[in-house]
Design a protein around this ligand. Structure first.
Ligand code: BEZ
Length: 258
């Protein structure tokens, strides 16, 4: 019988430390700039930033003259976002109740943590004004496939339920388009593309930052098992100069409330 351990809610408070995130994952916001360009925020608009992290992109959005409400399920991240001067709220995007308040909802690198995608999309639809837009990018089908396969294999080999501990949702473009249309969105564009991403701190640091749910039941074995994951990934994701890359696939879309 595989070991599963206690459940940790995806993206919940105890799994994120904003200082570590800023040190390890500052590149995430930089890579989100094209999504800001796709959104084209305008002066006077009211925009919800869903899963704002440390608020770096909320600040970029606010520079256009739009009014931003940033939100994240992590109070540590929200504190960090507030420190930048942005208005920010702790909020579970799978369960929120804004009614026709926003011209746009924006999200970067967050929706893959929210497995209840139907509730997220319905909540966004409800929150938008008529003709409002939902513009986002997140991990799509095949995202970090090598990393996920290595983690799953190592956990299974040690008697844990690797697949059962997976906290992520990486849909195909077709599947996500249908979810958007079912909720009443008109999809203007939706693209799945590969974006290998340089990991400035290497693979072990990336695992320490992002795979806590997988390793939560592992306890003291955690360092040993992560070492095995890193070793398995050497031939796949480390180049001949010793630099590590994550095998990211991005799903980027723009959809309008009908
Ligand atoms: C991503 O941005 O695709 C991602 C980052 C951390 C964990 C899982 C996915």
């Amino acid at each position: 019988m595989p070991k599963t351990g206690g459940a940790v809610q995806p993206g919940c408070d105890q799994t994120w430390n904003a200082e570590d995130y800023a040190r390890q994952a500052g590149y995430v916001a930089e890579l989100g700039r094209p999504v800001v360009d796709l959104l084209q925020p305008k002066e006077g608009e009211r925009i919800l930033d869903l899963g704002c992290g440390d608020g770096r992109l909320s600040v970029a959005l606010a520079k256009t003259g739009a009014t931003i409400l940033a939100c994240d399920s992590s109070s540590d991240m929200v504190a960090r976002a507030r420190a930048t001067g942005v208005e920010a709220l702790v909020l579970d995007a799978q369960n929120f109740l804004f009614e026709e308040e926003f011209d746009a909802v924006f999200s970067n690198a967050a929706l893959h943590w929210m497995k209840d995608s139907v509730s997220v999309i319905e909540g966004v639809h409800r929150a938008l004004l008529p003709d409002g837009r939902f513009v986002a990018e997140f991990g799509g089908f095949g995202n970090i496939a090598a990393i996920t396969a290595a983690i799953t294999a190592v956990l299974n080999a040690h008697g844990f339920d690797g697949a059962g501990l997976n906290p992520w949702f990486f849909p195909t473009a077709d599947a996500y388009r249908k979810l958007l249309e079912n909720a009443g969105f008109r999809v203007k564009r939706i693209d799945l593309f590969s974006r290998p991403t340089f990991l400035p701190q290497g693979m072990k640091s990336w695992l320490d930052m992002f795979v806590q749910e997988f390793f939560q039941p592992v306890g003291d074995l955690s360092e040993k098992l992560k070492g095995e994951v890193v070793a398995a990934l050497h031939p796949v994701l480390r180049d001949d100069g010793g630099y590590w890359y994550a095998d990211h696939m991005r799903l980027r879309f723009a959809a309008f409330k009908d």
